[in-house]
Ligand binder design. Structure first.
Ligand SMILES: [Cu+2]
Length: 386
């Protein structure tokens, strides 16, 4: 839908702001890029009237063509379905687990998802049992006070209003009580922020990179291999023989062809950055949300004890296909994690790379559909369609 609304000025600005491949952005360039992006957004907003949308729609490619390249690029690189390609890698791959309904997946319930990290539980408790309680009590108090004033002091009941203008006791109360309310909110908030931003030493570091419009996950502790993760499309949207989403992969718009796999019970540090525009790495069940900025490394961490699949999404408006860059995290026991690493050509942390693992780790392309080749394919396809 959004693609059709993209105005030519926005497209032109996006092409201008894309840095040349291989050149890191300098601070000055980032400033210029942000300025141009700002103008582009303003121009895009100006063009988002129904008339403008109608006028630009015919220039846009048909929906299938737009949604096609990202997810089919890996399949195009390897004509066989992705499952077959994974099976052909040197070490045995792991079977991805099916998601558990209601855990790590939105299921229509209101409120925050069930939290699976200690910080998430602390934060959800603070929100549900303290913030909401205080909001409720304050709202009821104000409502009752208002109703009482309206009824008791209406003109019919109180024809001669009092001319009292000061009351020291009440003034002290209505100054002190809000201060106490703020202190009662600030203390647990600051405690929570301190816990979030002072991570314990990491057992594993994963570099998370946002791209328009997919994620790449690098494992520097495990030989530096990279996983490219694209959204899985529905069966009706793919060519016959290409991989499509099934319920075992996850819900529509959240299932990804490759998952971010991490070991259970370990401190995992995520270094988050971007290759193009600002994205955001967010997984609701972990209480994790952090911006992926080009030219910057942001850091967050999780420790998940429960093995399972947890879904998130890019949470920063990053362009036409912003809604199609899900994050699928699979938490597995350590043995399974090591098997998965080996299947991707990596090595367990601290282990000396074996003779066979070295070339695979330094040149991930031969490992098949998830390696460097689809990055180019996907990116170029995405650029070409704009
Ligand atoms: Cu994004």
């Amino acid at each position: 839908m959004l693609e059709g609304l993209e105005c030519p000025a926005y497209k032109a600005a996006k092409i201008q702001t894309r840095p040349p491949a291989g050149l890191p952005l300098q601070p000055k360039q980032i400033g210029v890029t942000m300025k141009l992006t700002g103008w582009a957004i303003a121009l895009a907003a100006a063009g988002l009237t129904p008339t403008a949308a109608g006028a630009t729609a015919p220039q846009a490619a048909p929906p299938q063509a737009i949604s096609a390249p990202a997810a089919t690029a890996p399949a195009a690189a390897t004509p066989a379905p992705a499952d077959a390609a994974v099976a052909a890698t040197p070490a045995p791959s792991i079977d991805y687990a099916a998601p558990t309904p209601g855990i790590g997946v939105p299921d229509g319930r209101k409120g925050v998802q069930d939290q699976v990290t200690a910080i998430g539980q602390q934060a959800a408790d603070f929100h549900d049992n303290w913030l909401l309680l205080m909001c409720g009590l304050i709202s009821i108090f104000v409502l009752v006070l208002l109703a009482w004033t309206i009824l008791r002091y209406r003109r019919g009941k109180n024809p001669t209003p009092s001319r009292t203008s000061h009351n020291t006791l009440i003034e002290v109360i209505w100054t002190l009580v809000p201060v106490l309310v703020l202190v009662a909110i600030a203390i647990p908030s600051i405690r929570l922020i301190r816990a979030q931003y002072s991570p314990p030493p990491a057992d594993l570091t994963v570099k998370v990179i946002g791209n328009q419009w997919y994620w790449t996950y690098q494992y520097p502790d495990n030989g530096g291999f990279e996983v490219v993760s694209n959204m899985l499309k529905e069966q009706k949207d793919v060519k016959p023989g290409d991989r499509y989403r099934t319920d075992a992969d996850g819900p529509p718009l959240l299932a990804a062809d490759e998952r971010l796999v991490i070991p259970a019970g370990k401190i995992v540090k995520f270094i988050v950055t971007s290759n193009d525009v600002i994205h955001a790495f967010a997984i609701p069940a972990f209480w994790t949300k952090i911006d992926a900025n080009p030219g910057r490394l942001n850091e967050t961490w999780v420790k998940v004890d429960r093995p399972g699949v947890y879904f998130g999404q890019c949470s920063e408006l990053c362009g036409a296909r912003h809604g199609y860059m899900p994050i699928a995290v699979e938490v597995v026991p350590e043995a399974t994690f090591n098997a998965w690493i080996a299947s991707k050509g990596g090595t367990p942390k601290g282990a000396t790379p074996s003779a066979e693992a070295v070339p695979a780790a330094t040149a991930p392309a031969p490992t098949g559909d998830n390696a460097a080749v689809p990055v180019e394919g996907t990116n170029q396809a995405a650029v070409a369609q704009n």
